[in-house]
Ligand binder design. Structure first.
Ligand code: AMP
Length: 609
């Protein structure tokens, strides 16, 4: 076992190591500290947050700077305010027995004059975010022209956040002869470019394997129709009751909206994005760390500094614009030796991005189905059973046991269990029993594209007293195809449904001369499954009196939904019209009835109190 002493650290630092309770060096410390102490060299170290990398560069830096000289000798550049403060705190701890050594944090959102004052008192080490650092340089509030050491921390994240120009501007003001220590979790081209451009034959140190974050993370994708994205997100959360996750959206607006919807639906969620004040962001992060928030909905930029271990899932609600950003997102989970799952919700048109991602991360994605309502019910029930099993008995309950037994007298053990579980089960069973399978429609679409599935138009609908379920039953029975009838979408005076293409001739033949209560029923193949929503609605209205005949044989009428705004008739959600009980939210309207709340909301809140 290597010791900190053997790495060449001096007594002041060793004392701090003891104070902090570090017993042995981590891998990156073991590899980097002797090199950085002994050699006047540039170093590129590939190490993740959580590996002890701050001490790996912090200890040698503290040991090498001259505490008796007040001039700035070391500059650490880090991507975010949070990380900047964290590094500063760590360095202060490491150097608490080094007399006269000052470390000052320079970051945006705080009083710049105060930071300048602290520097003017003498700051041998400055820890800075790129934006504020440049600001201070422009105002001549800082002098880095004589530094001996420059640390670029989380270089890949800084470049990903678009700080390339800022870093080069800052480095241009530093002396050529300084040593540069670059720390990065990954080594994308841009980081290699920085290393080549600004460093002198750097020694490379690798901890574990390169991109090791990816090693502990499995990648899954879920394909749904774009309009079902939010429902899919909720189901992923419901199917993972212990979820502790970051949900990534592309824009601040989407981030806010998704978080609001989740909160409204009873989840422990919160938004994290740049429109929040620093204070608000700090509060959100505090709650997240304390696990009062289970789903942190964040933009990429705002999530940069998140240094929370134990995140079980990263959910890509939308894929990032810059596909490389995915590595950073997924790197939020699977930290500190834990495993994690990175989930991506994609629409059909985004499938090719998954293939591109596989090449970038050099790992395969597993395609998974969004759990059905009944699968979620089962997961939740088992979770409840385990919760009950693991609950520590509160002996304070003893005085009440007699009365409880009296109330329950006559019930068998089995009955008591059934009743206890029914309290929860009925609630989410009612919620989920009629919700649609989010995977079917998209699979049918894919089958349609490949010609394996055929979509039909039929001139009966809600005006004929059908809803999607009764129409499906009617079609199942009439055709004898059973579950071979799918994607039934019941409109006002007409509807759509699918079968596998092999049944096409039989279906058309069956409805060639078919009467329902004396009325001729027509079935035709419909090709265009998109667009034309506006036209469709007009035709729908026109033909509403007399069914198929009224609307003519125009293109619009045959078009399936998907385009046009206005009322959406979600095929198969079972809550058409006067909603029968609590269903998933059909639209995003705030006016959605209260019963659309998640059935788990009460439970989650209670558990958190
Ligand atoms: P970092 O990778 O620098 O963010 O460090 C992660 C955490 O590990 C910090 O809270 C450090 O204080 C702690 N740490 C660093 N080195 C060691 C060590 N050798 N033993 C135990 N904890 C450490």
């Amino acid at each position: 076992m290597n010791t900190f002493k053997a790495l060449g650290l001096n007594d002041a630092i060793l004392q701090a190591v003891t104070d902090m309770g570090f017993t042995e060096p981590s891998e990156v410390q073991e590899k980097a500290i002797p090199v950085l102490l002994r050699e006047a060299t540039d170093v590129v170290a590939l190490a993740q947050t959580g590996t002890g990398k701050t001490a790996a560069f912090g200890f040698p830096l503290i040991q090498k700077v001259d505490a008796n000289n007040r001039k700035t000798q070391g500059l650490i550049i880090s991507p975010t305010r949070e990380l900047c403060l964290q590094i500063t705190n760590e360095l202060k701890n490491y150097s608490k027995h080094v007399k006269g050594l000052n470390t000052v944090a320079v970051y945006g959102g705080a009083n710049i004059q105060e930071q300048a004052r602290q520097i003017s008192r003498g700051a041998q080490i400055i820890v800075a975010t790129p934006g504020r650092m440049q600001d201070m340089m422009r105002r001549n509030l800082v002098d880095i022209s004589g530094i001996d050491f420059c640390v670029l921390d989380e270089a890949d994240e800084m470049l990903n956040m678009g700080f390339y120009e800022d870093i080069t501007t800052i480095l241009a003001d530093t002396p050529k002869g300084k040593q540069t220590w670059l720390f990065s979790a990954t080594m994308p081209k841009e980081v290699a470019r920085i290393a080549k451009q600004f460093m002198n034959n750097p020694i490379e140190i690798t901890v574990g394997t390169k991109n090791m974050g990816a090693e502990n993370v499995s990648h899954e994708y879920y394909m749904v129709n774009a309009r079902d994205r939010y429902q899919a997100l909720k189901r992923l959360a419901d199917a993972n009751p212990e979820i502790f996750s970051v949900v990534f959206c592309r824009t601040k607006r989407d981030t806010q909206k998704v978080a609001e919807n989740l909160i409204e639906d009873g989840y422990n969620a919160s938004a994290l994005h740049g429109d929040l004040s620093q204070n608000q962001r700090d509060l959100v992060m505090k709650s997240f760390r304390a696990r009062q928030i289970q789903m942190l909905v964040a933009t990429d930029v705002a999530a940069r500094g998140i240094d929370v271990d134990d995140i079980t899932h990263v959910i890509n609600y939308q894929l990032p614009d810059e596909i490389e950003t995915y590595t950073h997102r997924s790197g939020r989970t699977g930290r500190a030796g834990k495993t994690g799952i990175s989930m991506v919700i994609v629409s059909k048109s985004e499938l090719r991005k998954i293939r591109t991602l596989e090449k970038i991360i050099n790992k395969q994605f597993v395609q998974k189905d969004i759990p059905t309502g009944m699968e979620i019910c089962e997961v939740q029930l088992m979770h409840l059973a385990n919760d009950i099993r693991n609950t520590k008995i509160n002996e304070e309950i003893n005085p009440y046991l007699f009365s409880i037994n009296e109330v329950l007298e006559g019930l068998s053990r089995e009955e008591v269990i059934k009743k206890v579980f029914s309290v929860e089960f009925t609630r989410f069973f009612n919620y989920y029993q009629k919700t649609k399978d989010l995977n079917i429609a998209v699979k049918a679409d894919l089958k349609e594209e490949s010609g394996e599935s055929t979509r039909y138009f039929i001139n009966i609908g809600a005006k004929d007293d059908f809803d999607w379920m009764s129409l499906k039953d009617f079609l199942k029975e009439t055709t004898g195809l059973g579950d071979g009838i799918y994607k039934v979408d019941c409109k006002d005076s007409f509807s759509f449904f699918n079968t596998d293409t092999e049944h096409k001739d039989a279906i058309l033949a069956l409805f060639e001369d078919f009467k329902l209560q004396g009325r001729q029923v027509h079935v035709e193949i419909t090709k265009d499954t998109r667009g034309g929503g506006g036209k469709r609605k007009r035709n729908d209205r026109k033909s509403s009196g007399g069914g198929y005949g009224g609307g003519g044989r125009g293109r619009g009428r045959r078009n399936d939904s998907g385009g046009g705004g206005g009322r959406r008739s979600d095929s198969g959600d079972g809550f058409r019209g006067k909603s029968k009980g609590s269903g998933e939210r059909r639209g995003k309207s705030k006016a959605e009835p209260k019963e659309n709340k998640s059935p788990f909301s009460g439970k989650r809140r209670r558990r958190d109190r």
